[in-house]
Every structure is written in C-alpha cells, then in structure tokens.
Write a protein that binds this ligand. Structure first.
Ligand SMILES: *Cc1c(COP(=O)(O)O)cnc(C)c1O
Length: 841
C-alpha cells in the first residue's frame, strides 16, 4: 500500500511549531495568505479564521497518520451513525486536546488579541436538537481519547438548529447561517462522492450464472459529497474522522432537459437535489412522518454504508467479513434503514445469498433506543415508503416474513403478538415501524440509563425482550469532562488539579480523591469562591445582554434544556408563582433569595412549548418589576440555548432542575453536566437522575415526586387533576392567578390552553407532583442558608461523578457490544506539551 504520509516527509516548522514566535508568525501568515488581510483591515472573524487554520495545521499530521494507520492495519472499526451531531465550537476544544491553549493565548496576547474574544467568534455547528445529538458529539470525543478506530457518519445540514430570539416574550426562529463565513474545520472530498438512488421500481432479471436477481431502476440518482472534520483525542495521537454528507446533483443530471434547451428547468432541478441536506428537522422527541426526513435518513445511511464497503475494498478485505470489520451503532431509529440498505447492497450489488447477507447484517448493527414517548417512535406511511424506497420495502417484507415465522415457532397461536411485533403496522393505515426493524436487524439493543433500559424491557420493547432477551443491555449515558469541565470551567478544573493532579481529566473516577478535602475549610472556601466567580460572570453576561441585575449571592436555580411538557418547565413556573404569591401576601417574608434561570428552544410547531416560553417571560416581567419582591426573586429566560452558551451556564448553577415526570426522560445528560460542576440536583426518580443520586449519595440530592411505577398506577386508577386543585389552596391560588390574566395584562385567554391542559388532562402529572416539589424546594432554600453545609454537598457531587464520563459509557459499549480494541497511532514528529493543562483565563 502506498504510504499516505511518507516517513521522510518534510514537515514545515511554520505549520507545526508550537513555540510562541512560530505560532505568531504562522498566525500572521494565515491572516495574509488565507484571509488576504493585514491587521489594519482585519475583522475579528479574520483573526478567528487565521487562528483556526493555525491550529488546524498543527493537528493535520495526527489526523493523516491516524487515517493511514487505520487503512494499513484495517482494525475493527466503530461506525457511529447519527442523524445529529451537536458538536459545539471546535477551536477551544482542539486547543485543549492539543495541549496548546496557554501558549496560543500568550501568542495572541503578544499580538494584542484576546483568545477568549476569538473563541467567542466561532459559529458552532448546531447539527442537532439537544441531548441525542450532544451525546453523539461526546461519544466521538471519547472514542478518539480512548484511541478506538472509529468514524462518525452524519448529515452536513446547511442550516442547523435555528437561532432563537425572544420578541414580546415569544420565541422567534431565525435561520442558522453557520456556514456563511466558511468552516475552517472541514475538508470537502468531492473526489470521494457516492451515488444514492431514490424512487422508481424494481425488475427481475437472470444474471450470467443463471441466478434470479433483482435490479432497482430508480426514478432519480443523487450525489453525496463527504465533508470530513478531524476529531482529536485528548492527549493522544488519535484524530478520528467525522464524515458528514452533503447532497448534490450528479454531473449527468437531467441531461435531457439541457438537450431540450430547458436550461433554467435543468438548473432548477439540480438545485432541488441539494434540498435533502438543506435543513435539520427542529423537533426533539417527536416524529412527523415527513418524506424529506426519510430521504435525509436514507441518503446519509446509504452513503455511509457504501463508504464502509469502499474502505474495505481499498484494504483488500472481502465483504464476507464486513461484520468483523465494522460495528455499526444506530443512534436511535433514525439510521435504521441501514439494515435494509446493507441487505440490498449485499444481495443486489454484490450477489450474496439471503442467509449469508442476513447473517452479516445482524452481526453488524446495534441499536440504541432513546425514548419511550409514543409520539417519538418513528413510523413511515407505507405508500410513501414504497414510492421512495421500493426495493427496501420488498426486502423489509422478506425480513418480516421470516421473522414472523420465527415468532410463530417460539410463541404459537398468538396472533396479537404477531400483530404487535410485525415490522409493518396493519392496525389501520399501514406503516413501516422503524423500532421493530431495528430490533430484528440488530445483535444488541440498549437503553441509555438503568431505569430506561428496564422500562424498555417491561413496556415499549417487551415483546422483543421476550423474543430475544440476550440482545438487551444498558449503557448509561455520559458526557465529556474535557469540554464540560476543563474547557467550560477552568477555574474549577485548576482548583481540582491543584489538589489531586490532572489524572481526572482522562480518568474521571479520580475525582473521588476530592472527598478527602471536604473537611478542609480552606478548600471549601476556595471551592465556594470558584462558584461565586463563575456566577458573577453569568450575572455580568445577563446585565450586558438583558439589562437585568441579578444578585450573584442569590441561589442560581437553573433549568436549561429543550422546552417540552414532559420536562415540566411549567412546574418550575408554578413554584415561582407560589413564591411570588407568598411575598405578595407577606411582603416581609424571609425567603432565600433566588435567581430562576431558564434556557431552551421549543420546536417551532409545538404550540404548548412555545406558550411555556411566553408564560415564563410573562411571569418574569411581573416578578422582576414588582417593588414588593424587592429583588428576592428574579426570573430570566436566556435566549438561544446552544452548546456554546451551555458551557457558560452549567458551571454557574447552584441548583439543577431535573424535574421530568418519572418514566419519561430516558437518561438526560444535562443533569450530569450540572452535577460535575458542583450544582445540586432537585429531581425526580427519572432517567440517570436515579444513578446520579446513588452515586453522589441520597443526602446530597433533593428528591421529590412520584416514581415511575406510581405514575403508571395513578393513571391506571383514573387520575383527576381537579382533586389536587380543589384540595390544595396554595396551588389553587397559583392557577387562579394565572387564569385571571394577572400575568398577561389582564388577558384571561392567553394561558388558557396551558391551564386547561393541566386541569382537564395533566398528562405529565404536574398537579400530582406540585406539593412534593414545593416542599422539596423549601428544603433546598433551608440548606442553602448554611453555606458551609451546601458547599460540602456540592464538593461531594463533583467528587462522585466519575461514572458519568462518556469515557465510561464508551468502555461499556466496547466491552458489551462493539469489542473493538484500541489502536495506537505513531506520530514520530509529534511532541506533546504536558505542561498546558491548567488553563489561564
Ligand atoms: C446537554 C445538552 C442538552 C441535553 O440536556 P438535557 O437536560 O439532558 O435535556 C441539550 N442541549 C444542549 C446544548 C446541551 O449541551
């Protein structure tokens, strides 16, 4: 094989040197030769770009050596397929992982520039909605850090998740233009484009060996162009690839229209092709059955599978060994069409027999389920599916037929079971059920927290659990401590490193050594000062951007996540009104001052969620401006919650709101990010909250609310929200005040849909959990008054969060599912700067 990076390559110092003088020279070079600017006319963005290219030069050697190593050694590779990657800005993270943060900061200072300002300049790639996309980003970070051969496959949306503005208290969506000034971290590979077919029909033919074969005659063919982004490990030579696909028209496109002289028609049709990867669907935890979404899914999955096959061909490996070479993880059902696509490729394109192809396919895929919410389970109207993917539907019918035979053998005379497990839903209008296809086509099925994995087995996937108990496992989610501690909270990171060394960054369990210092008054003092300084930063941000003064000594109570009824931001709002009512009734009441902060986007078509944002802003308007409140409570809705802003928010919390209805939040990862930055959690026994509470200790967690079991029992016994309204005067007062128009300039109709949903249905049991929540909040307020006691609990939260590193999650996947060993990458020229771990800021 031809070496990609010959060992005798001339490495130019200006592109790799990491001393301050070289960095400065390289930066000014890039400003001149790439941005074509000189300092007098350069914008802040020009400086950012020049720095990004300077840093990129310094990681290319590792990236290419990693690629070369994988090509040569052909190791078992994890392919992480995800329709979303919510990456966050690259520059800061790459500086950290390269060990260049401080030296680059110094170099910039010597040029009169501020690194923090330049980092702020980066437009983050918002290629995801929330937790699911962010999980994919944390996992590719950990895969690289653990030196696992891996590739992330996804979609290069031209417009990621919308930017959120707030006008008159309502959410307004603005198009995300993340690519408008260019993206220095990606490399387009047009030479590696692949073709993807859509629509048309299938036909039967006999091949040269006299075998019966099927050929797909598509209606149209598109081109997928890969865009590669390096994903660096922390303190390793490994730099894996994130390969995102962009849709384009093939060169041959609509030749006929051109020939007929319909030039504009042809060009128009060409630009239509690019629509497939134009925009991210902005719904979190809900599914709509839109054709373009199915096109997106098939498009990126087909490109990715063809790409894996092509790589094996370069490596001279036979496709018989596909499952030995790749472990493909399906991040939710979004890429599940891959099961049928791999079958199609093996059967139709490479002439495999059915049994052989099925054996390979079912030893390749593993499926992660992310939700129990029925509205989020993907299913496609059969007619739509048939017109878009006719060959895949045939293959799915065959898979289903053989599968249902197996079910009949294991569970004879059980027609209901067959109907429930069928990949085709035939109960009314017919649908293709993607979760069923994923379960049948995968060798492993996992939930994302212990409770969630249990509930999957007991409810949503119960039939599949009875059929294939051996496939089921749990992998509790985790988050990367590099981005969410070291980069986002350098004050805390430095304090920790001063006490216990820097091993925790790669082995988060070492945080446990901090327990020794809980009894050290000096340490508690320093720890408190760190939190105070971070809160002050956020208070400054709020003053600058919202002209609201918040008291940095008040309890920072934060709920930041997508807005959803099951996450119950409105329960938090009910508590704020409760406190407000108490202050109105007794203006001298002695309460613990609190700042309630919210952040999160609502799906643009999700009316209730948008009304919840308006509700919070309306309460904020009244509370923040009522002289009776005397600044004891403040409410701020922080706009445009994204990864960049999340990095500011998690470290500043005293209290983390994790208050979903028990049984509804599969895991949560925000809960982990808060807790590892020293916030205490007020939460239900839901998702990973349960495991966080076990880890940090039940005394260091504020628990309230019904359990998942009690929720089900209550619903089964005929839950009536009016009972709670009628029997709880304080709750009644809150609802009545909201209904009266007090918070809506006298308009009693504004919040009526929300209040009606609570009083007449209350699917998420807010009224049932209200009293328990209020009482728990009182315990929080009391505890916060004893700042020494609070600080001890806060330190113990940090010290005991080791389990929730995404490194641990990836090790679980490796051990139980992927079984892909680490591969060391040798980079002869590379020198690691180990002295660069305590960030200056
Ligand atoms: C972690 C994260 C989430 C997920 O938060 P949950 O509280 O688990 O729902 C969503 N958005 C962003 C930007 C995040 O960083």
């Amino acid at each position: 094989m031809v070496s990609i990076v010959p060992n005798n390559i001339q490495i130019e110092d200006d592109r790799t040197g990491i001393d301050i003088e070289t960095l400065k020279r390289a930066f000014l070079d890039n400003l001149f030769y790439i941005q074509a600017k000189f300092p007098r006319i350069a914008t802040k963005n020009d400086y950012y770009m020049a720095l990004a290219y300077t840093v990129r030069d310094r990681l290319l050697n590792r990236w290419l050596r990693t690629t070369q190593t994988y090509l040569e050694k052909a190791p078992r590779t994890v392919a992480y397929l995800s329709a979303e990657f919510l990456l966050g800005p690259h520059l800061g993270n790459n500086l950290i992982n390269l060990g260049l943060y401080n030296v680059v900061k110094q170099a910039m200072e010597e040029l009169g520039l501020n690194l923090t300002d330049l980092l702020e300049q980066e437009e983050e790639p918002g290629l995801g909605n929330g937790g699911l996309g962010r999980l994919a980003a944390c996992y590719i970070d950990s895969l690289a850090t653990l030196e696992i051969p891996a590739i992330g496959y996804g979609i290069r949306y031209q417009f990621g998740i919308f930017d959120q503005e707030i006008k008159d208290g309502w959410q307004v969506e603005i198009t995300d233009l993340w690519l408008q000034y260019g993206n220095p971290w990606e490399v387009a590979r047009p030479e590696a484009a692949l073709e993807v077919k859509f629509g048309g029909r299938t036909e039967v033919y006999t091949d040269e060996h006299g075998r019966y074969r099927i050929r797909w005659v598509p209606f149209k063919v598109m081109k997928g162009v890969p865009y590669d982004t390096p994903i660096l490990g922390f303190q390793t030579n490994t730099a894996n690839t994130l390969r995102l696909w962009k849709a384009e028209a093939p060169e041959s496109f609509d030749f006929e229209a051109f020939n007929k002289g319909d030039y504009f028609g042809a060009v128009h049709a060409k630009s239509e092709c690019e629509n497939i990867t134009k925009v991210l669907y902005p719904n979190d935890e809900s599914h709509q059955g839109k054709q373009l979404r199915l096109e997106q899914q098939y498009f990126f999955v087909s490109c990715s599978l063809q790409d894996m096959i092509r790589i094996m061909q370069i490596q001279n490996l036979t496709l018989e060994r596909f499952h030995e070479h790749y472990a493909i993880q399906l991040n939710d059902t979004h890429p599940t069409i891959g099961v049928a696509e791999l079958m199609r490729l093996l059967l139709d394109e490479y002439g495999f027999e059915w049994d052989r192809a099925w054996n390979i396919t079912t030893r390749t895929f593993a499926y992660t389920n992310h939700t129990l919410l029925p509205e989020a389970l993907e299913r496609w109207p059969l007619a739509m599916f048939a017109s878009l993917l006719p060959r895949h539907l045939e293959i799915i019918y065959e898979i289903n037929c053989r599968f249902l035979d197996e079910v009949r053998i294991k569970f004879p005379d059980d027609g209901d079971r067959l109907r429930r497990m069928s990949i085709i839903d035939e109960s009314g209008e017919r649908y293709v059920r993607m979760a069923n296809l994923a379960c049948v086509g995968s060798f492993a099925i996992n939930g994302v927290a212990e409770l969630h994995s249990e509930l999957l087995k007991q409810t949503t996937l119960h039939d599949f659990y009875e059929m294939y108990p051996e496939k089921f496992t749990n992998v509790t989610n985790g988050v990367t401590p590099r981005r969410f501690m070291l980069l986002s909270n350098p004050r805390l990171a430095n304090l920790i490193t001063n006490k216990i060394g820097d091993g925790w960054i790669k082995r988060l369990d070492e945080l446990r050594k901090l327990e020794d210092f809980v009894h050290d008054a000096n340490f508690r003092h320093d720890f408190r000062q760190v939190k105070q300084a971070v809160k002050q930063d956020l208070a400054d941000h709020i003053r600058t951007h919202y002209s609201i003064d918040v008291n940095p000594n008040s309890l920072f109570d934060i709920q930041a996540k997508r807005i959803h009824e099951y996450k119950r931001q409105h329960l938090n709002a009910l508590y704020i009104v409760t406190l407000y009512n108490r202050l109105k009734a007794d203006p001298d009441l002695d309460i613990t001052p609190r700042t309630f902060l919210f952040g999160g986007k609502a799906a643009p078509g999700y009316y209730m969620a948008k009304l919840m944002i308006k509700l919070i802003n309306s309460i904020a308007d009244v509370v923040n401006n009522d002289p009776d409140v005397r600044d004891r409570i403040k409410v701020v809705f922080l706009k445009d919650y994204n990864v960049k802003f999340a990095q500011r928010v998690y470290p500043a919390a005293d209290l983390s709101e994790q208050i979903s209805t028990a049984g509804k939040e599969a895991s949560g990862t925000g809960n982990m990010k808060f807790s590892m930055n020293g916030a205490l959690t007020i939460g239900t026994l839901d998702g990973a909250n349960i495991e966080i509470r076990e880890a940090v200790g039940v005394d260091n967690f504020f628990l309230f609310g019904l359990t998942a079991e009690e929720v089900l029992a209550k619903k089964a016994s005929g839950y009536n929200p009016w009972d709670y309204y009628n029997s709880n005067p304080e709750l009644k007062l809150v609802i009545d005040r909201l209904a009266s128009g007090f918070f809506s300039h006298g308009d009693p109709n504004l919040f009526k849909p929300l209040l009606d949903s609570l009083l007449y249905r209350d699917e998420y049991l807010l009224l049932a959990d209200y009293q328990s929540y209020v009482e728990c909040q009182e315990r929080v307020s009391q505890a916060y008054r004893d700042s020494d006691y609070w600080t001890r609990m806060s330190i113990l939260n940090v010290a005991r969060m080791g389990k929730f590193s995404s490194d641990r999650s990836i090790q679980d996947y490796l051990q139980h599912i992927w079984k892909a060993p680490a591969v060391k990458v040798d980079v002869p020229e590379y020198t690691q700067s180990h002295s660069d771990l305590k960030l200056t800021f």
